[in-house]
Design a protein around this ligand. Structure first.
Ligand code: HEM
Length: 537
């Protein structure tokens, strides 16, 4: 607090004001009563200045419309859903005729400029030199989240080291569309669903299913989370993932480093992470050895190989290579970036199909047309997933209206610059506000309506594309999500197979009857989404 610059109000720092007050003012007051009155007045003034200082953005970005600190704080403490915050506070700002899609609000890292304009997002995401990524967890070395996320990986690096890694990984992600693996895991899911009676908690089931997918696709490891949710490795992973999501440790990182002895549960999470990292090390060493000894499976198609194998094979032919530490850190990132995101996207699609039975039926007809309507499971080929035009439109509209990533990790302006004619001083934190751009009535017609037709060829989305980046659930520019095609294929396989096997609906007493209710810290997820499934075959 004492280091706050109050130059916007007084030109003095709080420290200087305190020194003036205690050194010069108080000693001159002989009368005690007078002294108390003035002391109270000065204390009040200091309090007011400090309050104003927190309440408003720093003066460098005070020219932007903003949501005040305490309004945001109240919203966070009340657990206000993203959709409500958007309708209540953000859309009224950015839908004003004179607003250009930029506003400021407080985030985990501090005051941040939210960019909700297609043009400004395009500029920001294309100019990675001016808008590099900012460290999302400064000063948190040794904490659980930092140990898991803050290694030398493609999500967090900047500049030349990021470019080198991305170049090494692009071919692996380009090749990896393991439809047979996805399909085999959907069949595993079906056998679990067979044994369920009554509504199924889809939020939980999708989290388990995508964990199996990322384990197998990432490094050929089977968690068996779908069919054995209590098994050892699922517990290990859940202990890390749940541990990272708890806000207490984010706000008080020192507890996570120096006071672990007070928290047995937290110590367990750290031990789980030790085991998980050791397991990854072991897998990397084994894979390298197998590759050296040329122990390949000749019948395995390239698109079905796991990402670790593809990255190692790529480095054998391409010269540069990732170190073991870089591979380990990136595998962690594939879990972080690719697990909850796709799980929640799938839950949301299943919800919208349940809410709109006609859309569900039309999508099923497309699945029948492409995969046939014989009463048996059919795993689509890569080509067949590309023919799923209508299913793809539903996936895209779901990602518009409820994209799991509501805002990208923060950038920090490396120099004085501008966006949409608005001055952005060096050092400013910025983010692409995906959710609010997708819900801005100045950009999308009737944005609260779920309408896959927006994404038909030549439809609204195509018309908007020339304006910059109006639809960006996977980010954009050179840092576009590297797992986008992987995730879209994963969704198409799962959804087309599910549509052929089941019809589904919301229970009468569903908490989501009127509107999808979501949790709002981090990745957006549905609150327990129970769905009633009925078998077709
Ligand atoms: C519905 C699913 C997904 C969504 C909505 C999503 C969203 C995003 C977004 C918005 C970004 C951009 C972040 C930024 O600009 O800072 C991103 C980056 C990234 N995503 Fe995804 N993602 C999904 C699935 C996946 C999957 C399945 C993987 C991996 C298997 C993955 C791996 C990554 C990585 C490594 C990056 C960093 C890329 C870079 O900075 O070069 N994502 N994702």
């Amino acid at each position: 607090m004492s280091s706050y610059q109050l130059s916007g109000y007084t030109g003095l720092t709080l420290n200087q004001l305190q020194v003036l007050y205690s050194k010069y003012l108080v000693p001159t007051l002989k009368d005690k009563a007078k002294s108390t009155t003035i002391a109270s007045a000065v204390a009040l003034l200091l309090g007011y200045l400090a309050f104003k200082k927190i309440q408003e953005p720093p003066h460098e970005i005070r020219h932007l419309p903003h949501i005040s600190y305490f309004t945001m704080l109240r919203s966070i403490l009340q657990g206000e859903p993203t959709s409500s915050l958007s309708k209540r506070l953000v859309i009224p700002i950015i839908s004003c005729p004179e607003n250009n899609g930029l506003y400021a609000r407080i985030n985990g890292l501090g005051w941040t400029v939210h960019v909700a304009s297609p043009e400004a997002n395009k500029k920001m995401l294309m100019r990675t030199d001016i808008f590099p990524k900012s460290d999302p967890l400064p000063g948190t070395d040794g904490t659980l989240a930092s140990r898991f996320l803050r290694g030398p990986n493609v999500l967090l690096l900047n500049g030349a080291s990021w470019k080198t890694q991305r170049k090494l990984m692009n071919p692996a992600f380009h090749q990896s569309i393991p439809v047979n693996m996805f399909g085999g895991l959907v069949q595993r899911l079906f056998s679990v669903m067979e044994n369920e009676t009554g509504p199924i908690n889809v939020t939980n089931l999708m989290m388990r299913w995508t964990l199996d997918v990322i384990g197998q696709a990432g490094f050929d490891f089977d968690f068996h989370a779908t069919d054995e949710p209590e098994n050892e490795w699922v517990q290990v992973y859940n202990s890390i993932s749940k541990g990272m999501g708890k806000p207490l440790w984010f706000f008080f990182p020192v507890l996570d480093r120096k006071f672990l002895w007070l928290f047995p549960e937290r110590r367990k999470s750290h031990k789980s992470l030790d085991r998980f990292l050791e397991m990854l090390d072991g897998v990397i060493v084994k894979k390298r050895k197998a590759l050296k000894e040329n122990k390949r499976n000749p019948s395995m198609k390239d698109n079905e190989k796991d990402l670790l194998t593809l990255m190692l094979e790529g480095s054998q032919t391409g010269g540069a290579a990732l170190t073991d530490r870089e591979l380990q850190s990136n595998l962690c990132i594939f879990f972080f970036a690719g697990h909850d995101t796709t799980a929640n996207a799938l839950s949301f699609i299943i919800y919208f199909f349940a809410k709109y039975p006609k859309i569900q039926q039309r999508a099923r007809e497309e699945a029948h047309k492409i995969l046939g309507d014989a009463p048996q499971d059919v795993i689509p080929t890569v080509e067949e997933t590309k023919d799923m035009t209508y299913i793809n439109m539903v996936i895209k509209e779901t990602l518009r209206i409820k994209g799991p990533v509501t805002a990208i990790p923060a950038r920090r302006a490396a120099e004085d610059t501008e966006l949409e004619g608005v001055f952005i001083p060096k050092g400013t934190l910025l983010t692409s506000d995906i959710y609010n751009m997708h819900h801005n009535p100045k950009i999308w017609n009737d944005p609260e309506t779920f309408d896959p037709e927006r994404f038909k060829a030549g439809g609204e989305a195509d018309m908007l594309a020339s304006s910059g980046m109006p639809w960006m659930p996977f980010g954009g520019g050179s840092r576009l999500c590297i797992g986008m095609n992987f995730s879209l294929a994963e969704q198409r396989v799962m959804i087309s197979m599910l549509l052929r096997k089941y019809t589904w609906r919301l229970p009468e007493d569903s908490i989501h009857k009127d509107e999808l209710r979501t949790n709002n810290i981090g990745i957006m997820s549905a609150k327990i989404l129970d769905i009633i499934f009925e078998k077709i075959y």
